[in-house]
Design a protein around this ligand. Structure first.
Ligand SMILES: [Fe+2]
Ligand SMILES: [Fe+2]
Length: 345
């Protein structure tokens, strides 16, 4: 079914929150936060705002020294992972507004707007890392690697093709595929890279970069939860859209993404990073995919993987006692910027 963009000016829109829908609603576009349907979205908005951070407040002088002492394979991994993350965050900043044009719940529009802003902050943090840590010629190479490394080019094309399919053909099925692609990007694609940085951090190396990554991951966790919320609500409101063919298609997308991520994780670490063997990467990504699918009511792909293979990653990435699952948080657990303890990073 063809989806229409929401109208910018809509004097006949509904203010009644009972009529509000995530897609296909008749919104006035007015952001009335005292009149909302999706309360989780306003809570999430506040949580996202409380997470505000400034990349340049984290010192990176020691990282420049550590970088020079990395082994050639560690340095190559560091560069390639940054290159992938740089691509992903830029792509998100550019694409999220395309999705937002079809979402007809202002409280959710608000969250997607903050997400877009945060993805731009992530891009800023990578620029700062490259400026502070890497020599100029390396910086330039990293900014080109997303299209020069054939593994990266293939991965980047896969995800962007899914986004572009919706832009070219704005049907409800393609919107759901784009939402799934976002969910996969936020919940799977970042994770081999993140765990590589945490593996370095565990050895006391590149701790400034690791802090940047922790802040980025804290934001990404809210993005993941936001897309969970969007997906669940659309499913609740439009059960007829979720045919068994579509469910199978979404699961297949996840399976392809898992295969790409494992191949990528093993390629960048080359079985040479302590704590990140090929086997552990394989199990970790499959474990994450099971968690992600369960959260949106789809059957898992790897029932044989039941244990988190690297629990230390969760402890390592945990900031200020943040919960990794937004929907399991209590209101009192939301982070407050005044509670951030910069010394703990
Ligand atoms: Fe991001
Ligand atoms: Fe994100």
């Amino acid at each position: 079914m063809e989806l229409e963009k929401k109208k910018l000016f809509n004097e006949h829109g509904d203010r009644d929150w009972g009529k509000r829908r995530i897609i296909g609603g008749n919104t006035t576009n007015l952001i009335e936060l005292n009149n909302v349907k999706y309360e989780w979205a306003t809570k999430m908005y506040r949580s996202m705002m409380n997470n505000f951070w400034i990349p340049e407040e984290i010192p990176l002088a020691q990282d420049a020294k550590d970088y020079a002492l990395l082994s050639p394979s560690e340095r190559q991994s560091y560069d390639k992972i940054l290159s992938f993350l740089i691509f992903l965050d830029s792509l998100q900043t550019a694409n999220l507004p395309n999705i937002n044009e079809y979402i007809t719940a202002p409280e959710v529009n608000l969250c997607l707007t903050v997400q877009t802003f945060q993805e731009a902050v992530h891009s800023q943090s990578y620029s700062y890392i490259l400026d502070s840590v890497c020599p100029a010629e390396v910086r330039d190479r990293i900014y080109n690697e997303w299209r020069e490394d054939k593994h990266l080019l293939r991965r980047n094309r896969f995800i962007t093709d899914l986004y572009e399919r919706f832009i070219a053909e704005s049907t409800t099925e393609n919107l759901l595929r784009t939402i799934m692609a976002n969910y996969i990007l936020e919940g799977i694609y970042f994770y081999s890279g993140f765990s590589f940085f945490y593996a370095l951090g565990r050895q006391g190396k590149l701790l400034g970069t690791v802090s940047e990554i922790k802040y980025i991951q804290r934001d990404e966790l809210t993005h993941l939860a936001l897309f969970q919320g969007i997906f669940r609500e659309i499913r609740k409101e439009n059960p007829e859209m979720f045919t068994s063919e579509l469910d199978a298609d979404l699961r297949l997308m996840m399976q392809t993404a898992v295969e790409h991520e494992i191949e990528w994780g093993q390629y960048i670490t080359a079985n040479s990073i302590p704590g990140l063997s090929n086997e552990i990467i394989d199990q970790y990504i499959k474990f994450l995919s099971n968690e992600r699918l369960k959260k949106i009511g789809l059957d898992i792909l790897y029932p044989e993987v039941v244990e988190h293979p690297m629990k230390w990653v969760e402890n390592f990435s945990n900031m200020n006692g943040m919960k990794t699952d937004f929907f399991e948080q209590k209101v009192t657990n939301y982070s407050k910027s005044s509670n951030l303890n910069w010394d703990e990073l």
